[in-house]
Design a protein around this ligand. Structure first.
Ligand code: FES
Length: 162
């Protein structure tokens, strides 16, 4: 008797309303996820994966040994998805720097007699030392070597041949 009485008081379309509400809730969650995920990815810190991998070195992209053969030559390129500057100083020394500015992380550019950051006007000399503007530290120096006609970079403190 109790069971039949409860059937009489329950509205008939509860299941249909519940389905509509569940579908709307699911759509709202999907919409919210599509909105929030790109913002999360933008704000999350970059991967700290080792750019030099198991070999301890990374191939230089877009810069050949011929590009930096003579004193005073330099060029922007990359390694492992990061920006890079390779230059040959007036003393003939081949140098490489990660192109990430020490101020706020913009990519700096080789400009002949200096290295310039376009974001806030920071200036570095050709040894990577910060000499003007807001950058608080020198650029990160990398070790650069030529092997079989290609350039490779590794950590500046890496052992030769590793
Ligand atoms: Fe380079 Fe600010 S990010 S000067």
């Amino acid at each position: 008797m109790n069971e039949s009485a409860s059937k009489l008081t329950r509205p008939r379309d509860t299941g249909g309303r519940r389905g509509v509400l569940l579908a709307l809730g699911g759509l709202s969650l999907a919409w919210l996820g599509a909105l929030v995920y790109p913002i999360y990815r933008f704000l999350s810190p970059p991967s700290s994966a080792n750019p030099f991998g198991a070999t301890g070195k990374a191939k230089v992209d877009k810069i050949t040994p011929a590009d930096v053969a003579r004193p005073g030559q330099g060029k922007n390129g990359g390694y492992a998805g990061r920006g890079l500057i390779v230059l040959r100083g007036e003393d003939g020394t081949l140098r490489a720097f990660d192109a990430k500015c020490s101020h706020a992380g913009c990519n700096v550019s080789f400009e002949g007699s200096r290295i310039h950051c376009p974001c806030h006007g920071g200036i570095y000399d050709l040894t990577g030392k910060n000499v003007s503007g807001p950058p608080p530290r020198p650029l990160t120096a990398l070790r650069v070597v030529e092997e079989n006609g290609e350039l490779y970079v590794s950590r500046a403190d890496a052992e030769a041949g590793s």
